[in-house]
Design a protein around this ligand. Structure first.
Ligand SMILES: *[C@@H]1O[C@H](CO)[C@@H](O)[C@H](O)[C@H]1NC(C)=O
Ligand SMILES: *[C@@H]1O[C@H](CO)[C@@H](O)[C@H](O)[C@H]1NC(C)=O
Ligand SMILES: *[C@@H]1O[C@H](CO)[C@@H](O)[C@H](O)[C@H]1NC(C)=O
Ligand SMILES: *[C@@H]1O[C@H](CO)[C@@H](O)[C@H](O)[C@H]1NC(C)=O
Length: 426
């Protein structure tokens, strides 16, 4: 097994700093011509942006007080899991008689990191992050949590430019904290949106909004964090035992600045960030009821329109609604629980390709049909990572598949997730 891949750099979370190691310096040099020309503009724009941010917020605040909506604070961001099936996880070997790998089969640190979705595969994609775009799907939580859960974890705060976009879905714009007063924050935009399609609609809206206003030069040094408005505490963490907890922002920055899709949750060591594509494509949920919190009470919500267009499975939705399929037919990243970070160049790059651009537009339209408690919401949750991550090449696909011992078969939940032997991976 050849190891073309590079071990993730020891410098870890310092990777995106100005004082990053040599591989990164090289990339910076390549980008220098743009930078020099853009520098003055950048500062002018930042100043202007700051002013605009303040103005935008004021305007929004005024209109919000006038037109305060009466939206019910539904917990729009609950992890989309089927609560109607049993909670035990069935793992089934798809290849009958497949032998366990020999005891002395060793897994390198790089392989483990690749398996967990943490590895930086190619130094060419390394970026120095100058701008962190934070897109928040906001309903009614106290957004002061952003100071603690995001801003305080951004290292190198003197140089970082944080831009916050609040995608406000429940008419609570007046409660958005005055982020712009924080020296770490350079721009704040509050966008009122209809309360449809869960956080997926907000994210899909943001992507098209971002593409329209961002230059490739700016994207080259930016990452985008998509996050919910709920606190990242273990009480809110509902996808155990397969996932062991949240990935902090520092860690996500390290991964995303290496050109990778950084998921906001960490798999338990035996589980991968990747799914078997054919099995994932069979994902469906037949009936659906979920617990939502309304006015502080847990209510079981039945939804007879759950699968209005009668999709057989995820594959059919991709083919019929998106006119697209996962680029890697064997192994696909899936990120549950709706928090992730993407290098911004990846968003712009995809938007320049006709098929992917169409997907980005279609996702927004699909989610605008208010699918937060429909099967499309579950489909889109399983699509973000496979769409935005750079697909694994053949060697890395083989590495992942070599490490797996089982494929989780659990319709309605982690269908298709790859599992390995605990003793080998932990
Ligand atoms: C973030 O997570 C990494 C890896 O688990 C850990 O080493 C680091 O101390 C954490 N940083 C913060 C600010 O919590
Ligand atoms: C679907 O995509 C293909 C290209 O991959 C294109 O030729 C075709 O017209 C598209 N179909 C629809 C309905 O958009
Ligand atoms: C964007 O995508 C095209 C086509 O896949 C590729 O040739 C190009 O190198 C990409 N750009 C960047 C900056 O990665
Ligand atoms: C969207 O769907 C949810 C759940 O089905 C519902 O409570 C809400 O009223 C809908 N919102 C709109 C704007 O249609």
């Amino acid at each position: 097994m050849t190891s073309k891949e590079r071990r993730p750099d020891k410098h870890g979370s310092d990777m995106w700093r100005g004082d990053a190691p040599s591989a990164t310096q090289k990339i910076k040099k390549l980008m220098e011509p743009h930078r020099a020309k853009g520098a003055l503009w950048k500062w002018l724009m930042l100043g202007l942006g700051t002013m605009l941010g303040v103005v935008t917020m004021d305007v929004v605040r005024k209109s919000a007080t006038i037109a305060q909506t009466t939206a019910i604070p539904v917990e729009i961001l609950a992890p989309l899991m089927d609560t109607s099936t049993s909670s035990t996880i069935m793992s089934v070997e798809l290849v009958p008689g497949m032998k366990e790998l020999p005891r002395d089969f060793t897994v390198t640190d790089f392989q483990k990191q690749l398996w967990w979705g943490e590895a930086i595969r190619e130094s060419d994609n390394q970026i120095i992050v100058e701008t962190i775009e934070v897109a928040i799907a906001y309903c009614s939580s106290d957004l002061n949590l952003i100071y603690e859960s995001v801003l305080s974890q951004v290292p190198n705060q003197k140089q970082a430019t944080v831009k916050i976009t609040v995608l406000s879905k429940c008419g609570n714009e007046a409660d958005v904290p005055n982020f712009i007063e924080d020296p770490r924050v350079k721009l704040v935009e509050v966008i009122p949106l209809p309360n449809v399609g869960g956080c997926d609609y907000a994210y899909a809206y943001f992507v098209n909004h971002y593409v329209a206003k961002t230059t490739p030069e700016e994207a080259a040094s930016s990452v985008v964090l998509f996050t919910e408005d709920t606190p990242r505490t273990m009480e809110n963490f509902r996808i155990r035992p397969v996932y062991k907890g949240y990935r902090n922002i520092t860690e996500m920055l390290r991964i995303a600045s290496g050109g990778e899709f950084a998921c906001g949750v960490t798999p338990d060591c035996a589980y991968s960030a990747f799914h078997d594509t054919p099995t994932l494509y069979e994902f469906r949920i037949n009936g659906y009821a979920r617990t939502v919190v309304q006015r502080g009470q847990s209510v079981i919500e039945d939804n007879k329109d759950f699968n209005l267009l009668r999709y057989q499975n995820l594959r059919e939705w991709h083919e019929k609604a998106l006119n697209w399929t996962f680029p890697n037919s064997r192994v696909t990243a899936v990120c549950y629980a709706a928090t992730f970070m993407i290098p911004a160049w990846r968003i712009l790059n995809l938007s320049q390709q006709p098929i992917e651009r169409h997907v980005m537009k279609t996702l927004e339209k699909e989610m605008a049909r208010n699918v937060s408690s429909s099967i499309e919401g579950h489909f889109s949750e399983r699509t973000w990572a496979g769409f935005y991550s750079v697909p694994l090449d053949e060697d890395h696909t083989n590495l992942i598949l070599d490490m797996k011992s089982k494929i989780v078969l659990r319709q309605g939940a982690y269908h298709g997730l790859l599992k390995s032997n605990r003793e080998r991976m932990c």
